[in-house]
Design a protein. Structure first.
Length: 135
């Protein structure tokens, strides 16, 4: 059984087909629009979360920066430390020189006392010998 197509039936068929396709495309477009809106909403939420996390990280970074800055303010610079050590080295060298001189003087004085006692002993012995020969 073959149907005969007339122009009016063909036109009606095509218009029905076009209307069905339009309806189908409109439904797809509406569904895509809804899905895009949901995706955009999720993306906005993700961006907000990322911004909050980033702010927390920057707050932590700023706290560390403040701690390091405070630490740097209380620490001495290497030039100040070098100057202080140079000053201490000069004072130690001066004290070492004084101690060496005092020890040298002390050793000389001790040696002098030894020579003096030896000389007194020798003179005493000579006097004893001379007195012994005179008798």
């Amino acid at each position: 059984m073959s149907e005969e197509w007339t122009i009016s039936t063909l036109k009606e068929y095509l218009l029905t087909l076009i209307a069905a396709n339009d309806k189908r495309y409109e439904d797809r477009f509406t569904a895509q629009k809804s899905e895009v809106a949901i995706a955009l909403s999720a993306a906005e939420k993700a961006v907000v979360k990322a911004e909050v996390a980033n702010e927390r990280r920057f707050e932590n970074t700023n706290e560390w920066r403040a701690v390091v800055s405070d630490r740097d303010k209380t620490f001495a610079t290497s030039k100040a430390v070098d100057d202080r050590f140079s000053s201490q080295d000069a004072k130690i060298a001066a004290l070492t020189s004084r101690i060496d001189q005092a020890q040298g003087s002390g050793m000389g004085l001790k040696s002098g006392w030894g020579y003096l006692i030896g000389a007194v002993g020798l003179i005493g012995s000579l006097i004893a010998i001379i007195l012994a020969f005179r008798k």
